[in-house]
Design a protein around this ligand. Structure first.
Ligand SMILES: Nc1ncnc2c1ncn2[C@@H]1O[C@H](COP(=O)(O)OP(=O)(O)O)[C@@H](O)[C@H]1O
Ligand SMILES: [Mg+2]
Length: 263
C-alpha cells in the first residue's frame, strides 16, 4: 500500500492543484509509481496543469457509476513516465458519488502505486469527506494572510476530530521581500501559531502562472526557487531531513508554540 497525501485547503485558489500536480510530477521523475486523483468534482483542473486534457475520456464519476473500469479511466501522463491521472467528473456534484465508492477507488489506486496524491476540493464539504479515507495524510495549503490562515485553522479543527494521521501545512505564494519588510508574517511563525508542522514555503512566482498560460506544467515553469521548494516539500513529506529557510528567530517560534502568551 502506497502513501496517500491529500492536498486540501479551507479557502479556494490557494495553490492546491499546483502543489498536487508538482508533487506528482516530482515523485514520478524520481522513479516512483504515482497516481494523481483530481477530486475537485465539477472543477476539474489537474489535466490542464499536466497538459493531459485531450487524453481524458473517462473520469472518477465514470468509475463510481461503473461506466468503465479504473484502469481504463486512469490515463498515463505523456512525457512523465510513471505518472497516471484520474480526472474529476465535470458534470456531477460531489453528492452524486458515495464516499464508500470513492474510498474503494482511493484504496485501489494506493495499492497500485507508491504514492497517491489527492487534489481535494476547497473547504470542508461533501467533496472532501468523500476523499478522506483513514489512511490519507492531510497536507493543508494556505497563503500567508489572515483570511486564509483562519480558514486553514477551521479545516485543521475538523481534521483533528479524526484519528491520525496528523495534518501538516504548506504555505504558498510567500514573498521573501514582504517577509523581510515585515509586511508578511513569516510562514514558520504562522505554522507555529497553528501548531502544525511546516513542510515548506513556496515562493510567489510569476513563472508559475506563465506556465499555466503557456501549457507547461508548474514544475517546468523555469523558476528554480519554485522547483527547489517542491523538492523540499516532497522530501519532507517522506520523512527526509531537508533544511528549510528560517524566517523567524527560534525564540519567536518557541513563543508561538507555547501559545503566544509567554507560558
Ligand atoms: N506560487 C505561486 N506563484 C504564483 N502563482 C501561483 C502560485 N501557486 C499557484 N498560483 C496560481 O494561483 C492560481 C490558483 O492555483 P491553483 O493551484 O489552481 O489553486 P487551488 O487548486 O487551490 O484552487 C493559478 O492561476 C496558479 O497558477
Ligand atoms: Mg484546484
Amino acid at each position: 500500500m502506497g502513501r496517500i497525501f491529500s492536498i486540501m485547503s479551507g479557502k479556494g485558489g490557494v495553490g492546491k492543484s499546483t502543489l498536487a500536480a508538482s508533487l506528482a510530477e516530482y515523485y514520478a521523475r524520481e522513479g516512483k509509481k504515482v497516481a494523481l486523483l483530481d477530486g475537485d468534482t465539477g472543477l476539474r483542473c489537474a489535466d490542464l496543469l499536466l497538459g493531459l486534457q485531450d487524453k481524458i475520456v473517462y473520469d472518477l464519476g465514470d468509475v463510481t457509476e461503473k461506466n468503465c473500469d479504473l484502469e481504463k479511466a486512469a490515463v498515463e501522463a505523456s512525457g512523465i513516465p510513471g505518472l497516471t491521472l484520474l480526472a474529476a467528473p465535470q458534470m456531477m456534484r460531489a453528492s452524486d458519488m458515495k464516499a464508500k465508492d470513492v474510498g474503494r477507488i482511493v484504496t485501489r489506486l494506493a495499492e497500485q502505486n507508491d504514492i497517491l496524491i489527492l487534489d481535494a476540493p476547497a473547504g470542508i464539504g461533501r467533496g472532501l469527506k468523500n476523499l478522506l479515507g483513514a489512511a490519507a495524510e492531510p497536507v493543508i495549503v494556505a497563503t500567508p494572510d489572515d483570511v486564509c490562515v483562519r480558514d486553514a485553522e477551521r479545516l485543521f479543527a475538523l481534521l483533528t476530530q479524526r484519528e491520525e494521521p496528523r495534518p501538516v501545512i504548506v504555505f504558498n505564494r510567500v514573498s521573501s521581500r514582504l517577509v523581510r519588510r515585515g509586511d508578511m508574517t513569516p510562514p514558520d511563525v504562522l505554522a507555529a501559531s497553528l501548531d502544525l508542522p511546516l513542510m515548506g514555503a513556496i515562493p510567489e512566482s510569476k513563472k508559475v502562472y506563465q506556465a499555466l498560460l503557456t501549457h507547461k506544467t508548474p514544475m517546468q515553469c523555469g523558476d528554480m526557487r519554485f522547483v527547489r521548494a517542491i523538492e523540499g516539500i516532497a522530501g519532507r513529506l517522506l520523512g527526509a531531513e531537508v533544511p528549510m529557510e528560517r524566517y523567524a528567530p527560534s525564540a519567536v517560534l518557541q513563543f508561538f508554540r507555547r501559545g503566544g502568551d509567554g507560558r
